[in-house]
Design a protein around this ligand. Structure first.
Ligand SMILES: [Zn+2]
Length: 310
């Protein structure tokens, strides 16, 4: 039995996961963001302790958290304004103190990618690029079942690939022209509001598009195409066997997704495009929890190897 934790911008979930990656029980709490990082850490620990009381001891706990998380040091090296106090937070150390158990931490999108690569849409795929489009855009590269972390430990931030240089839209990261400023859920809402003077969410924009509203159709199409063109460049660079797509915005089936595929088709070199399939995430809402439990498993195995070497 394994325990995984999913720390997001609006909620924290913890779950008991079996050896085959099935979530046996899931509990959650809303994230007390206004009370800061310490309250989030305490809430996460309380959820885990609740599961431990019901299901008995485990040898390690895995956590997928929002923010740029360095798996090696266990520190959240950067986080946006949705997670106040997270920047510099020694997340692993704090949870190990509270739980008195070994803990493994990772960025939530990377945890989800690990789960999809081992147990979901990327099973049997050697080079998998996961792209999640929600409020922002997250990504992760998984090579031969292992998350690629780069020299910084936090590689994979494909939402900040440059789409429009110099005079581009301002991105939450502080730079201009990042793809996140054109193709994310937040960007779709902002662009629609700028053009129409009405602030409505992506689901409502999608409904208006289905009803035939020209502006809604245009905003979704341009956003999807922008992401497709950007991913085309990545496909040319990395040559992945599969791109696995997920996140709330991709539930907008019409317009966004076909426009994304069109952009990808335009920008990817034919030989690269032919070797790469586009798939949907399979584990969807449980991907982070399941990925976190796989990290807990790795941590347990590392611990055992450490003991054997002593
Ligand atoms: Zn950016």
């Amino acid at each position: 039995m394994l325990i995984g934790v999913d720390i997001g911008g609006t909620k924290i979930a913890a779950g008991v996961v079996d050896a085959d990656g099935r979530v046996l029980e899931r509990i959650q709490a809303s994230t007390p963001v206004t009370r800061g990082a310490e309250a989030i850490v305490t809430t996460a620990a309380e959820l885990v302790q609740g599961l431990l009381r019901l299901h008995g001891p485990v040898s390690a706990v895995g956590v997928g958290s929002a923010g740029q998380v360095d798996h090696e040091s266990g520190i959240v090296v950067d986080a946006n304004e949705n997670l106040p106090g997270f920047r510099g937070l020694p997340l692993r150390e704090r949870l190990e103190e509270l739980l008195q158990l070994p803990v493994a931490v990772e960025n939530d999108v990377k945890a989800a990618a690990l789960a999809e690569a081992q147990l979901g849409a990327g099973r049997g795929v050697r080079q998998m690029l996961l792209v999640m489009v929600g409020t922002g855009i997250g990504g992760a590269l998984v090579l031969d079942g292992k998350v690629y972390r780069g020299a910084s430990g936090v590689a994979g931030e494909l939402g900040h690939l440059l789409f429009r240089p110099e005079q581009g839209r301002l991105c939450p990261c502080g730079r201009r022209g990042c793809i996140e400023g054109y193709a994310s859920g937040r960007a779709i809402m902002e662009i629609y509001a700028e053009e129409s003077g009405r602030s409505i969410d992506v689901a409502t924009i999608a409904k208006r598009a289905r009803d035939g509203e020209t502006l809604a159709r245009e905003v979704l199409t341009q956003a999807g195409r922008a992401l497709g063109l950007t991913l085309g460049g990545l496909v040319n660079t990395l040559g992945p066997e599969a791109i696995v797509l997920g996140g709330g915005v991709l539930q907008v089936e019409e317009l966004y997704l076909p426009a994304l595929e069109y952009g990808l088709q335009m920008q990817a070199l034919p030989v690269m495009r032919r070797s790469c399939t586009v798939r949907r995430m399979e584990l969807v809402h449980d991907a982070v929890l399941i990925g976190a439990s796989l990290l807990a498993k790795e941590r347990t195995e590392d611990g055992r190897r450490g003991q054997a070497a002593d």
